[in-house]
Design a binder for this molecule. Structure first.
Ligand SMILES: *[C@@H]1O[C@H](CO)[C@@H](O)[C@H](O)[C@H]1NC(C)=O
Ligand SMILES: *[C@@H]1O[C@H](CO)[C@@H](O)[C@H](O)[C@H]1NC(C)=O
Ligand SMILES: *[C@@H]1O[C@H](CO)[C@@H](O)[C@H](O)[C@H]1NC(C)=O
Ligand SMILES: *[C@@H]1O[C@H](CO)[C@@H](O)[C@H](O)[C@H]1NC(C)=O
Ligand SMILES: *[C@@H]1O[C@H](CO)[C@@H](O)[C@H](O)[C@H]1NC(C)=O
Length: 154
């Protein structure tokens, strides 16, 4: 039984929570800057498998100023306010066609622009709201997640 429990916990660590966000920035952006948001979906080939297969419906990319210039503030709740909408629409992650293969999970790049309303020193949260359908034997259920990463406006 102990053995099974260890296997189960190892398996659990391989089940990714959902999409991940990377940007072409070093964590600092300026108003008006165009940058790439790379949204990656876990894939079976990488042992980063979602608990159930999913069908992508849409994503929304937002940028919001964090309260108290601190995205760790207890007053900050991304699900209440994603701020400026930088992109909304389909999400269609694909393996890239790089030769030789670079062994990346499927992803899609979005080019977005930092709104000029932000000011120097602002701490902002770049979020990707993902709406998907988790496909289970009994039917589909809604999968909604809002991962985000902090950025600093210079
Ligand atoms: C997607 O964006 C990342 C980060 O900027 C970059 O490394 C990668 O080459 C881009 N992929 C494509 C297909 O443009
Ligand atoms: C990021 O790069 C910009 C200029 O390219 C620089 O001013 C800034 O200090 C860098 N930020 C970090 C966190 O390295
Ligand atoms: C960002 O992209 C927009 C639309 O493509 C373009 O008009 C603008 O000049 C770009 N801004 C910068 C700073 O490159
Ligand atoms: C916010 O929390 C993260 C992770 O705990 C930490 O790395 C980061 O330095 C914190 N940022 C601020 C502004 O406190
Ligand atoms: C954030 O807001 C959502 C929606 O209003 C709520 O369900 C959730 O409990 C809040 N989370 C925290 C940590 O307050």
């Amino acid at each position: 039984m102990k053995f099974l429990a260890v296997i189960a916990s190892l398996a659990a660590t391989c089940l990714a929570q959902g999409i991940t966000i990377q940007t072409s920035t070093n964590g600092t952006v300026y108003p008006g800057q165009n940058f790439t948001v790379e949204v990656t979906k876990p894939a079976r080939a990488f042992l980063l498998v979602e608990a159930t297969p999913s069908v992508e419906v849409a994503i929304v990319i937002g940028l919001v100023q964090c309260p108290d210039q601190n995205c760790n503030s207890s007053g900050f709740n991304i699900s209440q306010d994603i701020g400026y909408t930088l992109y909304y629409g389909p999400y269609n992650p694909q393996y890239d066609s790089i030769v030789p293969p670079d062994h990346k999970p499927p992803y899609q790049n979005f080019t977005v622009q930092v709104p000029t309303q932000f000011g120097s020193g602002d701490e902002v949260a770049l979020s990707v709201t993902r709406l998907a359908l988790a496909e289970m034997a009994a039917g589909s259920s809604i999968w909604l997640e809002i991962p985000w990463v902090p950025l600093t406006v210079q």
